[in-house]
Design a protein around this ligand. Structure first.
Ligand code: NAD
Ligand code: GLY
Length: 375
């Protein structure tokens, strides 16, 4: 329903915070939402070509109707390759070019998926040691995860997300209606991060997803509103206690990411979306949890069944597995060569485990090879 607003507040550990506004159909009213949050100044806008083509006119008209001036916009090519140092520099060059001797008050609006949010957040963090930033996430992954919590950054040829900063936005505005134009594969992919919150934090939410994942895939408003709200509530709770991942709690959000990141890297970020790779990684982490007697094997079967029904990949090829091992050694989560995994004690409860016997890791991968039904 248009104008029906849900909001979640992120309260930061050292004071301050920001709202996440969750609405259905509000892109054209972004200006009035910004006014209500007392965000003042002129706008530098970052988006990608696909998202800008779909929503740029509505956003621009609504901003102008509320008296905001979009001084400059940078529209990048869609895709992970845009999350680059070169594009970060291009944005900074444009910002510097706007300097005309007057003390401008500028803020950034990032309209797009996680790529735009991550690079735009880092531009905002680094220009003049920080200017305000508003995240307007348009992919499911960005609405439930990347736009919230202040992890910003770009990729470096040496690794993904290697350059970046913790920098919290002033406001997040998630327009659920924008998900209607998202490729179904991207919806399935975003759903993996939603399932993650159930697995690490909230067993009842996992059970809800087992029953209702189809309504999310069908982009039903009520189901979307629920999954985005609960996901943001869990993320806000985690970030509110461990903003900079120093206390071990935020690390839990990396469930499935150790193998997931390695799989993405091993396949040059072309074979799997982030969520698809994390789905395989989550199954491996669950398999290890069972192998270490932390989790009953019936729980593995439940998670596998949910991922299969969503339509996610659950197995990889032997060639991919070999490359994955090499890439894992370069993963930043392998601190000083020690492996570190988020594992499950039960559905709804996770913890970090270090120094797992490499033989078990290898067996976990083997159990997820195409053609191997022994899992
Ligand atoms: P993305 O930004 O590349 O978006 C995926 C695709 O969907 C793109 O082609 C984009 O143009 C398109 N798209 C986005 N919104 C659309 C819409 N409403 N309609 C039609 N098309 C739309 O990728 P993503 O999956 O959103 O995010 C992945 C990125 O997020 C990765 O770089 C990952 O590292 C990062 N990430 C960051 C965090 C964090 O905490 N900062 C967390 C998870 C992932
Ligand atoms: N997506 C993991 C985190 O924000 O910490």
């Amino acid at each position: 329903m248009e104008n029906d607003q849900t909001s979640v507040h992120v309260s930061l550990p050292h004071g301050g915070g920001y709202p996440i506004l969750i609405e259905w159909g509000c892109i054209d009213r972004l200006g009035s939402l910004l006014r209500r949050e007392s965000i003042e100044g002129e706008v530098f806008l970052l988006s990608d070509r696909k998202v800008w083509g779909l929503y740029g006119d509505a956003l621009e008209a609504g901003m102008e109707a509320s008296g905001y001036r979009i001084l400059e916009k940078l529209i990048l090519e869609p895709g992970e390759e845009s999350k680059s140092l070169a594009n970060w520099m291009a944005a900074l060059d444009r910002l510097v070019a706007l300097e005309d001797g007057t003390a401008r008050s500028l803020f950034l609006v990032n309209l797009g998926g996680g790529v735009i949010g991550d690079i735009g957040g880092f531009v905002a963090a680094s220009y003049r040691r920080g200017i305000p930033c508003v995240q307007v996430p348009t992919s499911l992954l960005a609405q439930v995860d990347s736009s919230v919590g202040g992890k910003t950054g770009v990729n470096h040829p040496g690794g993904k997300n290697l350059i970046g900063a913790f920098y919290q936005p002033r406001l997040v505005v998630a327009d659920l209606k924008t998900l209607k134009t998202l490729d179904p594969r991207e919806v399935r992919s975003g759903l993996v991060e939603v399932v993650k919150y159930g697995l690490i934090w909230d067993a009842a939410f996992f059970a809800y997803l087992e029953e209702n994942f189809g309504r999310v895939l069908d982009l039903e408003e009520e189901a979307l509103r629920k999954v985005v709200r609960v996901s943001c509530e869990v993320k806000a709770a985690v970030v509110g206690r461990d903003e900079k991942e120093q206390k071990g709690l935020r690390t839990l959000l990396n469930l499935g990411h150790t193998f997931g990141h390695a799989l993405e890297a091993a396949t040059q970020y072309r074979q799997y979306t982030h969520g698809e790779a994390v789905a395989v990684g989550t199954l491996c982490a669950t398999w290890i949890s069972v192998a270490l007697d932390m989790l009953p094997s019936a729980h593995y079967a439940r998670i596998l069944s949910l991922f299969e029904r969503i339509g996610l990949p659950t197995r990889v090829s032997e060639a991919e597995t070999d490359r994955l091992w090499e890439a894992m050694k370069r993963d930043k989560k392998f601190i000083h060569g020690r492996n570190r995994f988020v594992l499950l004690d039960e559905i709804g409860k996770a913890r970090v485990v270090e120094d797992i016997d490499p033989t078990i890791l290898e067996q976990a991968l083997e159990a997820h090879l195409h053609g191997n039904t022994d899992s």
